[in-house]
Design a protein around this ligand. Structure first.
Ligand code: CAA
Length: 240
């Protein structure tokens, strides 16, 4: 059976590294993106990986896009639930829009995507699902009540899902990155970012490839017995 992987937010940042790594191991990858056509086209041309535009926070768009991908390439057996956004603000300044955007993209997406792929995974007796959480979902972060709430919710989602699907040959695991060298982290005010890096025992940001390597292992046949687990990759910022 040829394996098909869907990587959400797969054309930029950590998602881009994951798409490339999985593709280089010989698996057909489809990379989702939501808005940046220019980056997606460039990514596609450079890497020979299909990029498909849809909003992971929208149930109907997810189910339609996944049906189209499966009709074209075959059933999705690997889902990397990576797409995520920040709308940082202290709670007393946070708007309902900032709250809702983050909940939709980072959390409702888990339901929208998994519910669209899980039936075929169950029928085929194989599936690999990896959710990209965050150190800030594990420890909390000033200015991120919305983001941290979604990223810690993914832990409960993933563990509950693992209980439901483990007997069907499907795994659901979480990778929780720390501060990684991406556009998202580069957007933090310089002085704040410097003070954060000072608190990281490794004294540097992580690299997207360091996340992609672990994700690429978790989707292999050899990782069949790893289920409901959470893997922290954060340079020692939080040790579990
Ligand atoms: N702990 C305690 N107090 C803090 C604080 C902290 N970490 N950060 C700020 N404060 C205090 C400030 O000292 C200040 O106090 P005073 O009013 O007494 O001077 C007050 O809170 C306001 O601080 P700011 O001027 O920073 O407030 P702001 O409204 O301009 O900015 C913010 C708020 C946007 C949240 C900004 O603090 C910020 O960008 N923080 C970084 C948030 C962060 O780490 N985001 C991660 C993004 S990357 C990511 O999410 C990827 C991943 O998974 C890791």
């Amino acid at each position: 059976m040829d394996k098909i992987a869907l990587v959400t937010g797969g054309t930029r940042g950590i998602g881009e590294a994951i798409s490339k790594k999985i593709s280089s191991s010989g698996i057909k990858v489809v990379a989702n993106y939501s808005s940046n056509d220019e980056a997606a086209n460039k990514f596609s041309e450079k890497n020979g990986i299909d990029a498909v535009k849809f909003d992971v926070g929208d149930y109907d768009q997810c189910s339609k896009a996944i049906k189209e991908i499966e009709a074209k390439h075959g059933n999705i057996s690997i889902l990397i639930n990576n797409a995520g956004i920040t709308r940082d603000a202290a709670l007393h300044k946070m708007t309902l829009q900032q709250w809702n955007e983050v909940i939709n993209t980072n959390l409702n997406s888990a339901f929208n995507l998994v519910s669209s792929v899980i039936g075929n995974m169950r029928d085929s007796g194989f599936g690999r699902i990896v959710h990209i959480s965050s150190v800030n979902g594990q420890k909390g972060q000033f200015g991120q009540t919305n983001y941290a709430a979604t990223k810690s919710a993914l832990l409960g989602f993933s563990k509950s899902l693992a209980l439901e699907v483990a007997s069907k040959g499907i795994t659901s695991n979480v990778v929780a990155p720390g501060y990684i060298n991406t556009e998202m982290v580069a957007a933090i005010r310089e002085d704040i970012l410097k003070s954060i890096v000072d608190t990281i025992p490794s004294k540097r940001l992580g690299e997207s490839d360091e996340i992609a390597d672990l994700v690429n292992f978790l989707i292999t046949e050899q990782a069949a017995y790893i289920n409901g687990a959470t893997f922290s990759i954060n340079g020692g910022l939080r040790m579990d």
